[in-house]
Design a binder for this molecule. Sequence first.
Ligand code: ZN
Length: 368
Amino acid sequence: MSNCFILLAAGKGKRFKSNKPKQFINYVNKPLFMHSVDKALESRLFKSIIIVSNVPLKNIRNKSIKVIKGGKERYQSSQNAINFLKNKKIKNVFVHDAARPNFSIKLLKRLYSNLKNNKAVVPFLKTEDSSKYKVRNKFQNLARDNLLFTQTPQCFDFKTLHKLYISNKEKVTDEASIFLNNNYKVKFIKGEKNNFKITTNSDLKKIQLKNFYGIGFDIHRLIKNKKLYLGGIKIPFHSGLQGHSDGDVILHAIIDGLLGAMRKKDIGSLYPSHKDKFKNIRSPNMLLPILKILDKNGYFINNIDINLICERPKVSRYRGKIISSLSNLLSINKDQINLKGKTVEKLGLIGKEKAIACETIVSLNYYA
Ligand code: ZN
């Protein structure tokens, strides 16, 4: 089935105070428009995705995504996309405003199933407020039960929408208007409250994020003739950390903190030490699958606090390098990471430089 998802991201967002158009600002850990792209991809409903944007978009490497230029007004951007799709054997088309990042994949599926018996399906909400309508200088009461507030995504039979758009001269604010203007039937289905449009800066705070915390601890013995790895980088030292892997206590404690916050057991259950395939594994490679679980389940890192417990090496000497490395490995900013060094007054194994330990606290945000 050749369904196409058109994402309109060419707007200027005049009511939004930022030096970037709102659709490109960072919203819940990624550019705002990417929330819609990711959901369209995840739904597996679409053969292609067209992003209409007036700025070049970097880092879009998915072959099913195409970026085209938009017009001055929303309807012109939409027209550009519809024209672009002409002769591309598209059966159905979904049109969506990038300023609505919070719709659900369930909504996409409900829209699609209603499209089987309709040429236009549009989500809407009702209002709880009493409504008035101004005609010239007179206000009239409106029956609120008869009022529909339409949202996007809206979906259509491509041929019909294309035909109507060719002859359209009006400055419509959504595609449903073109159907109604031409007396074509539109099937209205229930929309979603969370699918609000982000228009002003305060709309960015409407979604409440849940927080989760995880604690991590690790200790490895120091042995001669092994390289020392901490936070993913090699540190010059007289010994290295013994272990099934490279013994990187910082990364292991971070992994356990992350798993703890996601309530997904511990590092040992993912990487059992009796399994030969994990022998000598580098710790950054142990981190990758955890970051995938994080992303897939809608979590992202808020901050990480680390205590590295050792007599030597001196943490202050390597702090910058370790934080840079962690920021790279975890794809977070440096200011989300704090690294503290703790000595133990030369006490015990750690004090005698026979072991290094690490503890972490990880804070995750959850958005789904
Ligand atoms: Zn370990």
